[in-house]
Design a protein around this ligand. Structure first.
Ligand code: GLN
Ligand code: ZN
Length: 758
């Protein structure tokens, strides 16, 4: 019989209980037993919730106190040497030390989990690495559920994915080379799960949706041969994209089942069915989108179930979400900020399980068994499609009327550069910052008080004006050449714009885990995007009125706004992005009109939007670049467009970055010791660049000579006339004393360079 399954449930809790438990524990206000009790409560609650939803296959070991990749590293004893002194102590202290660092040992690195906004802790490997089963977490959690009468399918992160996500600490070591050493520990775990009574195990191998090397392919074959002999029935879980050319590899592995993502890649169903038809493989159909918040079109999903059922029959099917529900908020029932119509369009984790169950019932007993769910889905889709809230004809007409000319500045950079130089008369090596200044306790308090209604708008505005003026004076005293207003009025660089744009909604409780205890509440883009009125002009114009120096306008770019939101799934992302591009374009023009001569459009998320497969990159980059240019190109030659990005890999996308045709780009480079600039040198990047000379992620105040040394390195890659001097990123997380000291050194470093260039 066809059964329903889940791949993972959000850990953080409907009321962010885990966040609170972790943070009080870290502060030392509570002990291990309190933290463990909250964690156990959450696990129990989530198991029971899934059981009550009717889910047949419920996961265990999907819970984590911080991150499941770190859990895996700790499970197999892959602890970086710098935490060695903690090894014999309390395991939890060691675990959090790896995640968060200690006074003596920096935290392990963190990076985004595939193309989601969830961050995992990057495993670190050395050549002489040993692995051993160092914890019983998966076994304990399986037994914990069983003691509550719930039989579960433990989730384990697969070895090829785990090693592939890792970073080598030794030159020439490819972590995948460590497979042979890691396999015995994995085999021991799988055998132990089997001995404990687990019937099946879910092994996650999302790298199967990526381009794989021959080594990785060979690793799959080897690992799963070993596992087949010792493990319970394996459900090999793939997600985030189609298997594509990895399909033959995946279906030939000796596993009992294969989970495929049919939300991201419904088109792969036919190929997967054809490839598995004559085998006994159980197919887990990942139908309900685990990464979004939209209610599913059950009738459409059901057609896929039917098709699979026709070809493989009822006994080899499972119905599931596309991936773990980790990436969606917990429970729509707690959502009070949205009206009924809007809520009817949505499904959070709990509701998604209801959808999985409805599809399962419909295939088990006929559609009438799930009539209510199907008809609710149908009316929700109909209401969402027909609603005047989702469609704005004038926006659509505007997008349809975009002409190639709208994506081009009037003249090429060389001509613009001349006009801008005449207008601004900046010295060589102009100094500036990236936008935000410290978001102090005071700033946060005032915002919170205003939100609660305790501080009226006039009082709040007066406070913000005072902060802005203070920052302008400080920048003038420091002698910076190009100023910023400080972004004190902004809570978050996407939310601030979303709140002022039509087509965006905000949930009250739609939290998803970003990393560790940190949760985010992404804006929801549900309708055609338009800008009812100026969003930043008042603040920028006010700040400019305080000074004769150029004041940079500060905007978030369309790709970043798209990337950090829950995006509507009823039209291509590129279409939504174009609409945002038009709204930002209007803002850019209003800033220009208000006398702002330099406008920065931040795109820190441009690179993370890259599709998982290389063959899809160009199509994405084409529309992403177009959207930026749409936002930026309406201005006159004499208006200077800046952009900012902060990540370390530019090599792959150099062409796209140059194609943005920003007059100035500021980038994060200080941590890579300017090595990154090689990409800009080799490519002969044509416009101006400000390579970051201050690692703002660290509380360390960089010395003037450190920054001079970095700038000298930069001069090897960038001609002096095109070199700007700035920090790596915005300064909102730093405090004022650090900021003042560091910027003093930065300005002095630029002055020294200028003197020696003269
Ligand atoms: N202008 C933003 C700031 O300074 C840029 C932030 C970012 O790059 N993430 O805070
Ligand atoms: Zn940045």
């Amino acid at each position: 019989m066809t059964v329903s399954a889940n791949l993972g449930f959000p850990r953080i809790g409907a009321h962010r209980e885990l966040k609170k438990a972790l943070e009080t524990y870290w502060k030392g206000e509570t002990g291990i037993s309190d933290l463990s009790a909250t964690a156990a409560q959450l696990r129990a609650r989530h198991w029971h919730l899934q059981k009550e939803a009717g889910i047949d296959v419920i996961p265990s070991n999907d819970f984590s106190l911080y991150d499941h990749v770190l859990d895996t590293s700790v499970l197999f004893g892959a602890i970086p040497r710098r935490f060695e002194p903690l090894r014999d102590g309390d395991p939890l202290t060691l675990y959090f030390a790896c995640a968060r660092g200690t006074a003596d040992a920096p935290a392990m690195e963190m990076t985004k989990w595939f193309d989601t906004n969830y961050h995992y802790i990057v495993p670190e490997f050395t050549r002489d690495q040993d692995f051993a089963l160092a914890s019983r977490k998966p076994i304990d959690e399986y037994l914990e559920a069983r003691a509550q009468g719930i039989e579960t399918r433990p989730v384990v992160l697969g070895p090829v994915t785990w090693l592939s996500l890792g970073k080598s600490r030794d030159d020439g070591l490819d972590p995948i080379d460590l497979l042979d050493k890691a396999l015995p520990a994995y085999a021991e775990l799988l055998a132990a799960l089997k001995a404990t009574g687990a019937q099946s195990v879910q092994i996650d191998e999302p790298v199967l949706s990526l381009d794989l090397t021959d080594k990785q392919r060979a690793a799959f074959v080897k690992a799963y041969e070993v596992f087949a002999a010792v493990a319970p029935d394996i459900m090999l879980a793939t997600y985030f994209g189609p298997l594509g050319d990895n399909l033959p590899l995946a279906v030939n592995l000796p596993v009992a089942g294969l989970h495929i993502d049919l939300a991201r890649a419904p088109e792969q169903l036919e190929d997967v069915l054809a490839a598995t038809r004559t085998r006994n493989t159980v197919l887990s159909l990942g139908l309900i989108d685990g990464r979004n918040i939209w209610r599913a079109d059950l009738a459409e999903k059901f057609r896929l179930v039917r098709r699979a059922w026709d070809l493989v029959g009822p006994d080899r099917l499972q119905i599931a979400p596309s991936c773990s529900l980790l990436h969606s908020p917990v429970d729509l029932e707690l959502e009070t900020a949205l009206d009924d119509e809007f809520r009817s369009w949505l499904a959070f984790a709990k509701q998604k399980l209801g959808e999985v169950q409805a599809l399962t019932l419909a295939i088990q007993r006929g559609e009438s068994a799930a009539r209510e769910a199907f008809s609710a889905s149908k009316s929700a889709i109909a209401s969402r499609t027909a609603s005047p809230r989702t469609t704005n004809q004038s926006v659509r007409r505007r997008v349809a009327a975009i002409r190639p000319d709208d994506l081009r500045r009037d003249n090429p950079y060389a001509i613009r550069q001349q006009k801008q130089a005449d207008r601004f008369g900046l010295p060589l090596f102009p100094t500036t910052t990236i936008g935000s200044f410290p978001q102090t306790q005071e700033v946060r308090k005032a915002r919170a008080a205003h939100k609660r209604g305790e501080l009226d708008t006039a009082g709040y505005d007066a406070f913000l004006k005072q902060e802005t003026e203070r920052s302008v004076r400080i920048q003038e005293e420091l002698g910076l050449d190009v100023l910023v207003h400080g972004e004190f009025e902004r809570n978050d660089m996407v939310e601030y714009f979303g709140e002022q744009l039509d087509g965006f909604a905000f949930t009250k409780n739609g939290w998803v885990q970003s990393y560790g205890s940190r949760c985010v509440k992404p804006p929801v883009i549900y309708g055609d995007v338009s800008r009812p009125g100026p969003m930043t002009v008042t603040w920028s114009a006010y700040a400019q009125s305080l000074t004769k120096k150029p004041m940079k306008g500060m905007l978030t770019g369309p790709v970043t706004i798209l990337q950090w939101s829950f995006v509507r799934d009823d039209q291509p992302r590129s279409e939504t992005c174009r609409q945002i591009g038009l709204a930002i374009r209007d803002e850019v023009l209003d800033l220009e009109e208000a006398g702002i001569g330099m406008i920065q459009i931040d795109e820190p998320a441009l690179r993370e939007g890259l599709p998982l497969r290389r063959k899809d990159w160009q199509a994405y980059l084409d529309w992403a670049v177009d959207c930026f240019r749409l936002a930026a190109s309406g201005v006159a030659d004499r208006t200077q467009i800046h952009t900012h990005m902060c990540y370390a890999e530019f090599n792959d996308i150099m062409e796209a970055i140059a194609a943005l045709d920003a007059d100035v780009i500021s980038i994060e480079t200080s941590r890579s010791d300017m090595e990154l600039l090689d990409a800009f040198r080799v490519f002969a990047y044509p416009n101006e660049i400000g390579p970051g000379v201050w690692d703002i992620h660290s509380p360390r105040v960089p010395g003037q000579t450190d920054m001079e040394a970095l700038l000298k390195k930069a001069l090897a890659a960038i001609p002096a006339r095109r070199l700007w001097v700035n920090p790596d990123c915005g300064l909102k997380t730093r405090d004022w004393p650090e900021v003042k000291a560091s910027l003093e050194h930065l300005v002095a470093a630029a002055a020294t360079l200028r003197a020696s260039a003269a």
